[in-house]
Design a protein around this ligand. Sequence first.
Ligand code: SAH
Length: 246
Amino acid sequence: MNLILLQATDRIAGARFRIDGVRARHVAEVLGAEPGRVLRVGLLDGPFGRATVVASSPDAAELDCTFDDAPPPRPRTDLVLAIPRAKSLRKLLPEVTALGIDRLVLFRSWRVAKPYLTQSILDAAEYRPLLHEGLMQARCTREPKVTVESLFKPFVEDRLPAFAAGATKLVAHPGADVSLASISVAADDRVVLAVGPEGGFVPYEVDALRAAGFTPVSMGPRTLRVETACVALLAQIALLRMMPGR
Ligand code: SAH
């Protein structure tokens, strides 16, 4: 936890915040924070700041906080991901949040098993703490905006074009002829990245994404697990942003 993430509901008065749960335990037991100690904090979807510890126990901590003027910018990459099973999604959410995504669309595709749509991990109350874990790891305050699309065709044909308008649109596909390394991305270009399910996209889905303006790209012949592929793809896109116009 490299940043203590505060929420508006943690504010008890003026500059005073009260935190409990894992954050309080972290402050008490990992940081060993005594009263007077200054910690790095961030307000969810708001600015970074500094907190002076007023009181700390493993159950609760009180902090007096001052914040910077402006929140950090939102990431410029969106992830459009075939709904994985709960175990993969639990591993993946903190990692992709730490790497930096603005919007996450979880969509149904042919090889997404129907029960995946009703997994409790798709409830905000279950997935949001995992997003917050990623934000605290990577020192960011911008929570990804998550939506679930339970039908492929209306999503890809009716909503995806507007969602991805003006962006560099990529669909990760192990067999694609185009290498991800050949794509140029400027630092502040928006990138919309589509990633398939464990069983891969069916040809109709790749064609539908192509028709929506997505270029199939490959990272090479090694087919990776979804959670590994997402991390590798987002890291490689971050690298492409650092070397535009090579
Ligand atoms: N058997 C499937 C593999 C799916 S892997 C197939 O052959 O298509 C799950 C998803 O991870 C893929 O749909 C793709 O989006 C992404 N992925 C995994 N390895 C990749 C690679 N080497 N290059 C690009 N995308 C990859």
